[in-house]
Design a protein around this ligand. Structure first.
Ligand code: C2O
Ligand code: CU
Ligand code: CU
Length: 492
C-alpha cells in the first residue's frame, strides 16, 4: 500500500507540474508558436449530411474511416496525423430526424478492424457496433451497413468500439443530432465537440496508449483540448442572441467542468434527453467523457467585451477553453421569453413500485485494494472489476452476461463506486432515469446514458428493460473500460 500511495503522490505531483492548459501557453510553449496563429471552427451546424431521403424514403449516409492529416493547432503549423471519419476531425455532424429511418454505410480504410457505435441511440442490438457481441468487426477494406430509426431527438455522437483507446484517441468520433419535429426557437444552434489530446512538441499524437499506471488511475489525460477539432481562440457572439449549445465530450479520459464568466447557462438536456430546464450546480457545467449537455445561453454580456469559458475540474489545473467575444453592436433586445423546455422523448417511465433491484459494485484501481482472484474475460490486464468480474478490451464474442433482465420489466440498479476514482458509467441501448445520489433524490427529471460517479458515490438508476439484446455497461474513461470496468447486461 505504501508503495502505491507514494506513486500516487508522485502522479499527482506530476499532474500539478504539468503545463497549464491555457492553450496559448501550452501549445505555444510546445510548438514555439508566436501569437496570431489562426484557429478554425465556431462549430456552426451546417447541413453536413443533407442527403435527401431516396425513393424508398430512407436517408442514406456514407462514412469512411481512414488515416488523415488535420490542422489542429493552427494554420501554418505542423499538421497532425490522425484517424478520421471522412478525413475530418471530428467527423461530419450527422443530422437525423426523429422517427425517420436511416441507412449508414461505413467503409473501413484503416489498417485494422473497426466498428461504429451510435452512442446513446436506442437502436436494435445488431446495430450497436460492439465487435463480436453484436456484429463481426469490419476488416480493413470491408464495409458495414447500419440501419436504424432514432426514437429520440437530441444530441448524440458516434465512435468506434474496437481498439478504442487508439481509434478514439487518434480522432475517430463525430457528433450526431436527431432533430426535434419542433425545435425550441433559438438564434443559433451550435455543437461543440470537446476533445482532449496528448500531443508531442511537433503536434503529433503521443504514443503510449494503454499505460498500465494511467489505467489504474485517471486514464490518459492529455495536454491540449480542441473545440470541433481545432485549438479554439474566441467564439464570436452577438449581444442579445440566444444560442442552443450542444456540448459533447469525446475525450478518452478528461472530465470537464465549464464555468461561463458573466453568463448563466441553463441546462435543457443531458445525454440527448430533455430535463427540466435548470442552472447547473455551482454554476459549472460538468461533462465527463461521452456525456452530452445541451444548454441555452442568452448573450446578455456587454457589446465589445470578452468573457472566458474556463474548465476548472482538476484542482490547480484550470485553463481557459475559449472566450465569448461580443461584437460591438449594442444589444438588440432583452432575453427572449420564448419557451426553452424541450419536448419529451418517448421513453417508458419505469414502475418504481414494482421494479426489481440489482446492485453493481465498481471495484479496483489504484488504492482500490483489488486483491485476490477475479473472474476474467477478455484479453489484457485487469485492474478494475464489476461485482468481482473483469471484462477487458472493447467487446468480443462470447462475453457472458452478468445479469439477465426480463424484457418489459422495470429495474432499479444501484451503482456503488467503491473506488477512489471518477467513472462516467455508460449503458448501451437504453436511457435511464437518474434517481438518487448518495441517497438524495436527483432533481430536474434527469435521464442519461452515461452517469458520472464521484469516488465512493452511490447512484441509483431506473429503466424499463424494453430493448432486447446484449448491452454493454462500462466506464467511458477508455483506459478503465479496457482494463476491466465493463460488463454485459442481457435483456431477454
Ligand atoms: Cu460510447 Cu460502449 O460506448
Ligand atoms: Cu454507447
Ligand atoms: Cu472509470
Amino acid at each position: 500500500m505504501a508503495v502505491i500511495e507514494r506513486s500516487l503522490m508522485k502522479y499527482r505531483d506530476k499532474l500539478r507540474r504539468a503545463p497549464r492548459l491555457s492553450r496559448r501557453k501550452v501549445v505555444t510553449g510546445l510548438l514555439g508558436l508566436g501569437a496570431g496563429w489562426t484557429i478554425g471552427g465556431i462549430g456552426r451546424i451546417h447541413a453536413d449530411t443533407s442527403a435527401p431521403p431516396g425513393a424508398s424514403g430512407l436517408r442514406h449516409i456514407r462514412l469512411t474511416a481512414a488515416q488523415a492529416k488535420a490542422s489542429m493547432v493552427g494554420r501554418g503549423q505542423p499538421q497532425t496525423a490522425v484517424w478520421a471519419y471522412d478525413g475530418r476531425i471530428p467527423g461530419p455532424i450527422l443530422r437525423l430526424r426523429q422517427g425517420e429511418p436511416v441507412r449508414i454505410t461505413v467503409e473501413n480504410r484503416l489498417d485494422e478492424d473497426t466498428t461504429v457505435h451510435w452512442h446513446g441511440i436506442r437502436l436494435p442490438n445488431a446495430m450497436d457496433g460492439v465487435p463480436g457481441l453484436t456484429q463481426p468487426p469490419m476488416r480493413p477494406g470491408e464495409s458495414f451497413v447500419y440501419e436504424f430509426t432514432p426514437p429520440d431527438a437530441g444530441t448524440f455522437w458516434y465512435h468506434p468500439h474496437a481498439n478504442s483507446l487508439q481509434q478514439l484517441g487518434r480522432g475517430l468520433a463525430g457528433g450526431l443530432i436527431v432533430e426535434e419535429a419542433e425545435p425550441v426557437p433559438v438564434d443559433r444552434d451550435l455543437l461543440w465537440m470537446l476533445t482532449d489530446w496528448r500531443l508531442t512538441g511537433d503536434a503529433q499524437i503521443a504514443s503510449g496508449f494503454g499505460n498500465g499506471m494511467e489505467a489504474a488511475m485517471a486514464g490518459r489525460i492529455g495536454n491540449t483540448v480542441t473545440l470541433n477539432g481545432a485549438v479554439p481562440d474566441d467564439e464570436p457572439v452577438q449581444a442579445g442572441e440566444r444560442i442552443r449549445l450542444r456540448l459533447v465530450n469525446s475525450s478518452l479520459a478528461r472530465i470537464m467542468a465549464l464555468r461561463f464568466e458573466g453568463h448563466r447557462p441553463i441546462v435543457v438536456a443531458l445525454d440527448g434527453q430533455p430535463c427540466d430546464p435548470h442552472e447547473p450546480e455551482g454554476g459549472r457545467v460538468m461533462i465527463g467523457p461521452a456525456m452530452r449537455v445541451d444548454i441555452i445561453l442568452d448573450m446578455q454580456g456587454e457589446p465589445g467585451r470578452r468573457y472566458r469559458i474556463v474548465d476548472d475540474f482538476y484542482d490547480g489545473l484550470a485553463y481557459r477553453l475559449t472566450s465569448l467575444a461580443y461584437g460591438d453592436e449594442p444589444s438588440r433586445r432583452l432575453a427572449p421569453d420564448t419557451p426553452i423546455r424541450l419536448p419529451r422523448n418517448p421513453l417508458p417511465e419505469p414502475d418504481l413500485a414494482q421494479a426489481e433491484r440489482q446492485e453493481l459494485v465498481l471495484q479496483g484501481g489504484m488504492m482500490g485494494g483489488m486483491g485476490g482472484m477475479m473472474g476474467m474475460s477478455g484479453m489484457g490486464r485487469a485492474v478494475w472489476a464489476i461485482n468481482g468480474t473483469s471484462m477487458t478490451g472493447d467487446g468480443h464474442a462470447g462475453m457472458p452476461p452478468l445479469r439477465v433482465l426480463k424484457q418489459g420489466s422495470s429495474y432499479i440498479i444501484t451503482l456503488r463506486n467503491e473506488t477512489a476514482w471518477w467513472h462516467p458509467m455508460h449503458l448501451h441501448g437504453l436511457s435511464f432515469r437518474v434517481l438518487t445520489r448518495n441517497g438524495q433524490a436527483v432533481p430536474h427529471h434527469q435521464w442519461a446514458d452515461t452517469v458520472m460517479m464521484a469516488p465512493r458515490e452511490v447512484v441509483e438508476i431506473a429503466f424499463v428493460a424494453d430493448n432486447p439484446g446484449d448491452w454493454m455497461l462500462h466506464c467511458h474513461v477508455t483506459d478503465h473500460q479496457t482494463a476491466g470496468l465493463m460488463t454485459v447486461l442481457r435483456i431477454a
